[in-house]
Every structure is written in C-alpha cells, then in structure tokens.
Design a protein around this ligand. Structure first.
Ligand SMILES: Cc1ncc(C[n+]2csc(CCOP(=O)(O)OP(=O)(O)O)c2C)c(N)n1
Length: 520
C-alpha cells in the first residue's frame, strides 16, 4: 500500500522519483482532485493504488470500467474534480458513457487517463487509443515522460473546465512504468460547484442532445485554436535539414539518435495544431513523422498536403523501441527479432491448476476468460480453449453450445472477472435456458493485475472491511440450477462433483474456492 500522502505533506518543492503512473496521481492530487475511480488493468493499475495513499481523497476500485467512468463522471457533473483511469481495453467497456459525456460536458474538471500497451506486454490486443479522441470529439494530451505526465494532468483539469469537456490523457506502458525525478507542489484548493438543475445539459434526450452536439462541434473548433497556442505542442528548431513530428515516448527515443535535428512534439495530440504543423514543415527541409503503433499523426498530416516520410507499415505492430528508430527513420522494413521465448505460466501451487487438471482429465472444451487462469492454455495445463475479453468465458459457453449442443463444453471465469462482466452472461444463460457448467475460480483476489480487492473479497482499495458479495447467493439469484462451492485441491471431491454436473441437463455453477498462493 502506497503512503503517497506522506510525501505530499512535506515542504513545497520536495523532489520525488516517481513512475509515470505515480506522477499522474501526484499531478491530480496537486490539481485539487476529489474523486478517483478505476478497475485494475496493466499498465494503469498503480494510478489508483497511489491515489488511495492520499487519505483525503475518495478513491474506489469499481466493479468495472463502465461503472468507474459513470461514478467519476457523476462526481464531476456534481461539481468536484474527478479522474477515471483504465488500460486501453478498459476504455472499450466505458465507451457508452464516454461518448455521451462528450455532449454533456461537466461542472468540474474530469480527466480520463488511459494507458495503452504497445507490444502487448500484458494485454489481449494493442489498440491505439488516439483514434478515440477523433471518434468521441474529445481533446487528448500525450505526455512523453513521467515528469510531463504530472504536468499534463494538471493542464488537463484546466482544459476540462475551460472548455467544459472531459479530457483524455493517453499514456503508454513505458511512460506509466518508467521513473523520473520531479518536483512536487502544493495541493490547489478546488471549490465544489453548486448542484444546479440543468436538464438541457445533463439529460440527453434527442431534443437536448441535438443542441449539445452543435456545441461539441463549436468546442472542437475552439480547441483547435487552443492547440495552436498551447505550450503542450513544443517546437525545437535546431538543424533545419531534418525535422521530426512526433509524440509520446518516441520523442525521447528519436532524440537519442538524432540530437541535432528539429522537432515538433505534439503534447496535445487532438485536435491537431494545423498552422503550427504547416509552419514547421516550411521551416525544415525534410519532414519525418515518427510515432508508435498506428499512423495517427501521418493520416492527419497527409490531409494537409504536406510532403513527409514515415515509417514502413511493418513498424505498426509492437513497440517502436530505441533500437528500431534508425531503421524506422530510414524507411526500412522491420526485422523481427528472435528474442528467447519466456512465456508466463501459472505460479507453483496455483489453485487454478487443480481446477484445470480436472477439466483436462474429463476432456472438456473450456471457454476461457481473462485472468491468471488464461495461462492454463499453455503447457503443462493446456486446458483452456478460447479467450477474447473479460466476461466471455460465461457467454462463450452459451454460444459454443449452440453450435455443438452435445459436446462437453464449460465456461471459466475468475471472481473479479465474474463481478466485472460475467454476471450478466450468467443471467443471460439462465434466461435463455442455456446449460453447462460455469466455473468461478475464486482465489479471493484480483491476482493477474497484482492483487487488488474486489466486491467478493469484502475489502476496499484501502484494505478496509466493507460489504462482502456472496457469490453463491448471487448465482442462485441469477437463475443457476445448481451452485456448489468446492475446493479444487480436494481432488477426489472436486473430480466427483464436476463429473456429476457435466452429465446433468442443467445450468450449474461451481465456485472453485481456494485462496491465491501469493496472498499473505
Ligand atoms: C476490460 C479489461 N479490464 C481490465 C483488464 C485487466 N485484467 C485482466 S484479468 C483481470 C482480472 C483478473 O482477476 P480474476 O478474474 O479474479 O482472476 P485471477 O487473475 O485472480 O485468477 C484484469 C483486471 C482487461 N484485460 N480487460
């Protein structure tokens, strides 16, 4: 558990050595943040863990990203500065409230921090969140270092209130998890805005939403003007023979290789500062656009009619690491490095292993989900056969059975993931008379992301006791025909139970209960 507060109460101008995620937390705290909500997800998790160390903040692990987004947005509409943090795929879960919050705006600053994972160090895809800013018509900032992350968060709150909009701050794994020294500042005191009734702004029925949409378009034009002037977009004119337009960590990587070149670093990645880009392109002889993942900057600059060079499309996948920069700048094709394979695996003694041993022994087809148990797809367990997104272990059991009603198909989900998005699938299965076994692998923690509490553990983000969700009662209320709780390490009992349930024409839940070995 962080004790962030200790550092913050020290004298003004205290120096600290912080990761990008910690810097986000400190920046938000200094900006007068009151409420922060998130669901864990690498590489974003430490933002909330660090914020929880400030005892004067209202900080929560929410059950999923949609809920987290709505609680934090509600607080900002209510009138206090609020923050929502997630990993890139977490933003997909929050997209419903996000899209319409672009219309409502806020009453006090609201910042969305999203951490992308180029290279998929611990993710199921490597979507580039920068596109969301265009799609949702929301401003987006992109720090290029941990120190900048702290500055950008503070700026994001100001932009949010000045333009009445949620603001997205996009991080990547390298910025979230590298450390840099920086100065801490005093916490601002932000006043709570009054709770005014303003239905035309906050009730998005078509009649009001049409008017708000018109305002969103006007706001983007105002933000474009702001983008031209803000110091977030930094021009450095050095040798005029070569000029890079870049953003995020890539800026620092290129600087290592081309310290004498000129730079336009886009700290505000949306909306674009077109005039500044045109002026920069006129100033330097050769323009090179260099960015990690998708051609986001490239696509826009092409519409401005500017001639430029960019990386070969083979660099669109994976991280643009420092060693790849020269080849990318020279327009070469990416050579895939044969790094030694070191796949992750279940820990020794992991209780999940026992559950999968039974499933394998009985030859079951296992619809999997996201959590430590996903690793059971690899040897020696080799017993998990699908995995797409959180919650899909439950729903894939139902879908696969539509194609193969007579096969022994089951679904697997963890305790945290069941609460996140598995429960709706179980209600759906019961309602639509689906059959099979749903295993809830209950290790009493959210293990995959480093051990966070969730409603089924009965502890809060600060490890305080709270209402504990009763998974058995919940599953019965959803409509499961049988709900058994059994310890998978009791081999004979567990094997016999699964063998019995798999041969019944019923919708059964087996809560395989055994605490994670890493729990103290
Ligand atoms: C939408 C989304 N949010 C967050 C994550 C990150 N994440 C992966 S698995 C997981 C939860 C795992 O907890 P649990 O289901 O209890 O399984 P365990 O790892 O404890 O076995 C989380 C938060 C993700 N992959 N997708």
């Amino acid at each position: 558990m962080y004790d962030s507060g200790l550092m913050a109460t020290k004298k003004k101008s205290t120096k600290a050595f912080l990761s990008g995620n910690e810097a986000v937390a400190y920046g938000a705290y200094e900006a007068g943040l009151k409420v922060a909500c998130a669901y864990p997800g690498t590489p974003s998790t430490e933002i909330l863990e660090c914020l929880a160390g400030f005892k004067d903040l209202d900080v929560q692990w929410s059950v999923n990203e949609k809920v987290a987004y709505e609680v934090a947005l509600g607080a900002a509409v209510g009138g206090v500065r609020s923050l929502f943090a997630c990993k890139h795929v977490g933003l997909n879960v929050a997209m419903d409230p996000l899209m319409t919050s672009a219309y409502t705006g806020i009453s006090a600053g609201f910042v969305i921090v999203v951490c992308d994972d180029p290279g998929m160090h611990s993710s199921q895809n490597e979507q580039d969140t920068r596109w969301v800013s265009i799609y949702a018509k929301l401003p987006m900032l992109e720090p290029s270092s941990p120190r900048e992350a702290k500055e950008h968060i503070k700026e994001a709150f100001k932009i949010s209130e000045r333009f009445d909009t949620p603001v997205i701050v996009r991080m990547t794994t390298r910025i979230s998890h590298t450390k840099e020294d920086m100065l801490l500042a005093r916490r601002e005191t932000a006043k709570t805005a009054p709770l005014d009734i303003n239905v035309e702004k906050y009730v998005m029925v078509p009649g009001y939403a049409r008017k708000r949409h018109a305002l969103v378009e006007k706001r983007i034009n105002k933000l474009k003007k702001f983008a031209e002037k803000t110091r977030l977009n930094k021009v450095e004119i050095n040798d005029k023979k070569l000029g890079f337009i870049t953003s995020s960590i890539t800026y620092n990587y290129i600087k290592e290789h081309y310290p004498d070149a000129s730079y336009l670093k886009l700290g505000m990645s949306y909306p674009f500062c077109d005039d500044k880009i045109r002026e920069f392109a006129k100033t330097v002889r050769k323009v090179v656009v260099m960015e990690e993942l998708d051609p986001f900057i490239e696509t826009h600059i092409a519409t401005l009619g500017i001639k430029f060079k960019a990386k070969d499309e083979s660099f669109m996948q994976g991280e643009l690491t420092p060693d790849l920069i020269p080849a990318a700048v020279q327009g070469k094709v990416k050579k895939v490095k044969a790094a030694p394979k070191r796949p992750p695996r279940l820990c020794k003694g992991c209780p999940h292993f026992f559950s999968f041993a039974t499933m394998k022994k009985l030859g079951l087809f296992v619809a999997g989900d996201i959590g430590c148990y996903t690793l059971a797809t690899l040897p020696p367990a080799s017993a998990l056969h699908t995995c797409v997104c959180m919650g899909a272990g439950v729903t894939f059991n139902e879908g696969l059975r539509k194609a193969h009603p007579n096969k022994k198909i089951v679904g697997v989900v963890g305790d945290s993931t069941f609460v996140h998005s598995g429960v709706t699938g179980l209600i759906n299965a019961a309602y639509n008379n689906a059959k099979g076994i749903i295993f809830i692998l209950d290790n009493n923690i959210t293990a995959m992301t480093g051990g966070q509490q969730n409603p089924a553990t009965g502890l809060t983000i600060r490890n305080e006791k709270t209402k504990k969700l009763n998974l058995k009662k919940l599953c019965l209320a959803c409509g499961a025909d049988n709900v058994d709780v059994c310890d998978p390490t009791n081999r004979d009992e567990f094997n016999a139970l699964v063998e019995k349930r798999i041969n019944e024409d019923a919708l059964s839940v087996i809560i395989a209960k055994h605490p994670c070995k890493l729990l103290r």
